[in-house]
Design a protein around this ligand. Structure first.
Ligand code: APR
Length: 340
């Protein structure tokens, strides 16, 4: 059986960590793609990881490149291209700059890897994953956003730390947007089968929820340069693995909703089943009334960000001359999309 091929667009902190995880797990051959000025970084990380494989005892090949032709035939493409946050920035502050990057990236994925399962990580995720689907025109089972696994994992880690139990005993679900109004579904969260609300007093639980909601910001502040990368990388690799191995995992991910949860035409974090056909099912999670209201608020926020994105796309499409940061062909593709 031929090896699987995983293309990682963006060879930065998350990209490099995912490549290493793919090597440890022997998931398939890896192609790290970055811009021409960072081609050395992509090649260097690829070679460094290849040199670790005799120690790891795994057989995969890794390539670093700035040429999108190298992603041809990829089974999975994971996108982290874009700028990360600096202290004090919200994810939405990245909208304009990362939109231009994502326009270029999505154009090339559509051109060179039309059959891939595409996982978007770049922020603001709520908008970037929508843009990926809009520009590639890929079906909704093949475009997915990574956020909920990370947010759920942060919540589980804090609960385990609070109770002094193994993280493996914590079952939880964080849904909605990848922003401060994400929803921790406490009514469905348990530790070894016991409802979490019975184990942790309300004020402590509230503090854990808030820490989860601001979990990305906490790391940004601590690191000083850049944002979290180990946990985001682990989350995206879990999604890629579920797809490549047809695992039928049920994971919290950003999926394109068409009526489910009362949402139409946006990507929102919900539990989805991932297997060889990508998103095989969208699962309706149980929520109490307060959680449902929180979810609606979160979904409305996503809608606002995507509307802002649509305005930005119109502005770029109707510019008098080629907007800075776009290539002629990408601009043409955008104009075609926006003007029908
Ligand atoms: N094509 C390919 N790679 C690109 C492009 C492009 N058009 N534009 C930028 N990149 C690359 C950058 O050169 C950089 O190497 O994307 C990489 C991003 O890496 P980092 O700056 O290290 O950021 P990282 O921590 O990996 O986060 C990436 O994920 O979580 C989000 O907010 C985060 O949007 C950010 C993204």
């Amino acid at each position: 059986m031929a090896r699987k091929k995983i293309a990682l667009v963006g060879a930065g902190q998350i990209g490099g960590t995912m490549a290493f995880l793919a090597a440890i797990k022997e998931l398939g051959d890896v192609v790290l793609v970055d811009i021409p000025s960072k081609e050395g970084v992509a090649k260097g990380k690829a070679l460094d990881i290849k040199e670790s494989t005799p120690i790891l005892g795994t057989d995969i090949d890794l390539t670093g490149t700035s040429d999108y032709r190298d992603i041809e035939g990829a089974d999975v493409v994971i996108v982290t291209a874009g700028l990360p946050r600096k202290p004090g920035m919200s994810r939405e502050d990245l909208l304009e700059v990362n939109t231009k990057i994502m326009l270029n990236v999505s154009y090339n994925i559509a051109k060179y890897a039309p059959d891939a399962f595409v996982i978007v990580i770049s922020n603001p995720l709520d908008a970037m994953v929508w843009l990926m689907k809009y520009m590639t025109g890929f079906p909704k089972n093949k475009v997915i956003g990574q956020a909920g696994i990370l947010d759920t994992s942060r919540f589980k880690a804090f609960v385990a730390m609070e109770l002094g139990v193994s993280v493996r005993e914590v079952q939880a679900l964080v849904l909605g947007s990848h922003g401060d109004d994400m929803v921790a579904v406490l009514s469905q969260s348990t530790v070894a089968g016991v409802p979490i609300k019975k184990l942790i007093p309300p004020d402590r639980l509230q503090a854990i929820v808030e820490r989860t909601q601001k979990g990305g910001g906490e790391i940004v502040k601590l690191l000083g340069t850049g944002s979290a990368f180990y946990a985001p990388a682990a989350a995206a690799i879990e999604m890629a693995e579920a797809y490549l191995k047809d695992e039928k995992r049920v994971l919290s991910c950003h999926a394109y909703l068409e009526g489910e949860y009362g949402v139409n035409g946006y990507f929102v974090g919900v539990p989805v089943k991932i297997g060889a056909n990508g998103i095989e099912e969208i699962i309706e999670a149980e929520m109490d009334e307060e959680e449902r209201k929180g979810f609606e608020k979160s979904a409305n926020h996503i809608k606002e960000v995507v509307e802002e994105l649509k305005e930005l796309l119109k502005k770029l499409a109707s510019a008098d001359s080629l907007p800075e940061g776009l290539t002629e062909e990408v601009w043409e593709a955008l104009k075609k999309k926006v003007n029908g």
